[in-house]
Ligand binder design. Sequence first.
Ligand code: ATP
Ligand code: MG
Length: 335
Amino acid sequence: RIQRRNIQCRRDIDSFAPKFLAIFESLVPAEEEIAKQRQLINSLNNLISREWPHARLHLYGSCANSFGVSNSDIDVCLSINERELGKAEIILKLAEILEAGNLQNVQALTRARVPIVKMMDPQTGLSCDICINNLLAVVNTKLLKDYAMIDPRLRQLAFIVKHWAKSRHVNETYQGTLSSYAYVIMCIHFLQNRRPAILPCLQAMEATYVVTVDNIDCSYFDDVNKLHMFGARNREPISRLLWAFFHYWAYQHDYTADVISIRTGTLISKHSKDWTRRIGNDRHLICIEDPFETSHDLGRVVDKFSIKILREEFERAANILQYDPNPTVTLFEPY
Ligand code: ATP
Ligand code: MG
């Protein structure tokens, strides 16, 4: 079922921009919260370096990629070169160190798909998850953050889309809907493909940041201060972009044939990636290529039931933005 409906946008769409911007502002965490996160990382680094002088903690995920709303949990990655210890042993040892350091609710989840230690810091009240040597996540966090510095409309769009997804319960990977990370990638891809473009494709430009992680080349152009005028020729305000984003996913995206790829800045074909068939549990019903692990479809969590829910929610959002008298309220009404 390919639908390619090109609907004219409602005439008063720009009048909703101030209200959407106010919603965005209300979601951005305060400076104090960011300071608290830094304080926690510093004290954890001190604690850990006593036992492992060469180990380092990195923040990743929404508290470091600039797409975090207030009161999100913090994602931390321990980078450590311990040849003698396996991941599970490092996790157990780390849990011991944290307990001795008076952190609370310390739990070592050694058998999870991604083994982590969970804990709560009584001084700041912050909860955090610590994983081991997940350096790809640290690098994709930097990529998202660099994109966010190019044009302010990316953060505006992604915060509102994440807020919508949480309100409508379509941000739950364990129930077959998409991760926050996947939604941000969808927003980047969308802005790369506006005409005039609002974002460039950093991985297609000459690399100024050059790293290889797990044999994957993660190089890209990261001198984003030079790009702050990139999107200036496009004057579309957030309300119009939101309208077009949801219209794209409701009525224009070809789910049977296309993969979105921020690595190339364009659509690529499912065929070229051999993502046309179900293999094991990977169904490829909505295809979102990871920018670095290119064999990884961020949509692989989606199944034949959740794809329906997801597409109905995209249509609902598109229709609200097109017809509803109060889209800034109705869009986020709880499911
Ligand atoms: P939230 O505000 O909802 O916590 P988040 O930005 O922390 O949002 P998550 O989806 O929790 O997003 O992901 C945290 C980080 O883990 C991402 O920034 C990314 O680096 C990494 N990550 C998450 N899902 C994947 C995935 N499927 N493949 C690769 N990396 C991922
Ligand atoms: Mg997170």
